[in-house]
Design a protein around this ligand. Structure first.
Ligand code: 4GO
Length: 250
């Protein structure tokens, strides 16, 4: 069996991960043993009557931080399961933006610990001491790192061999070669008077492949030219793009 990929999630809200690990693609990956997710709740590592997990920031200011000792105890518990050389990732807006290339890199790591911050975040010394990588899923602020952790696990799990059937890998392909996905169509052939592009009904698979590639290129050029800047287009891709632009100029 392919060695399973393990995620250890440090979170004050472990119940948020139950629906995520029991449904859909991820649910199947967990059921088939290709993926496993363990949660570690800092609150389980408190010893005071109120089970305190937050603490005040030095220097004052609004909000609280995650209390250090319960957090580091939870991290140590996760490392005792995943192993001392588990990759430790902290989700935060200050992190490196996550893109498909980053997802592919993380897909090659078998043991990953994800730290989900709450309140205003965590003590910088915990980041310096325990965190290998700070990762951001986008330039916006969320109430916790749990949703970013699920986004990361979903994107990574899709790349684990056997998790996706062959059918769903079309989406992967377009992003893997750095392009946006082409338009998709299904029944009915005419929807509110709008027909499905003829080529898709032609049965000519080479023409369909070229049409889809052209659509991906044009969409990427129109919607995300920045993605094209980092791409070395293949000879075929360049030809198709030139062909399309020649069409536009007619
Ligand atoms: N863009 C992101 O990936 C992201 C991650 C965590 C977060 N909030 C957390 C971070 C510390 C306390 C709440 N917000 C946004």
């Amino acid at each position: 069996m392919t060695p399973e990929k393990w995620f250890g999630v440090v979170s004050l809200f472990p119940d948020m991960f139950a629906p995520f690990t029991q449904q859909g693609v991820i649910g199947r990956a967990v059921k088939s043993g290709k993926l496993s997710v363990d949660t570690f709740n800092p609150r389980d590592f408190t010893h005071d009557r109120h089970r305190t997990v937050d603490d005040r920031p030095y220097g004052g200011g609004p909000g609280m931080l995650m209390m250090v000792k319960p957090l580091t105890d939870a991290i140590h518990a996760a490392k005792s399961i995943g192993g001392e050389n588990s990759k430790v990732i902290y989700l935060s807006p200050q992190g490196k933006p996550l893109d498909q290339a980053g997802v592919q890199r993380l897909a090659n790591i078998d043991r990953t610990i994800l730290i989900c911050g709450r309140y205003e975040g965590i003590d910088e010394r915990v980041i310096e001491r325990h965190v290998d990588e700070e990762v951001s899923i986008g330039d916006y602020v969320l109430s916790g790192g749990e949703l970013p952790a699920m986004v990361l696990m979903d994107a990574v799990a899709r790349l684990v061999p056997g998790v996706l059937g062959h059918k769903a890998s079309a989406v992967e392909d377009s992003f893997t070669d750095g392009l946006l996905d082409c338009p998709h169509y299904t029944r009915p052939e005419v929807l509110d008077g709008q027909k499905v592009p003829e080529v898709l009904l032609s049965g000519d698979h080479e023409k369909i492949r070229q049409w889809r590639l052209m659509q991906s290129l044009v969409r990427t050029k129109q919607r995300r030219p920045d993605l094209l800047n980092h791409l070395a287009l293949t000879e075929e891709q360049q030809r198709l793009l030139d062909q399309y632009q020649a069409l536009l100029r007619q």
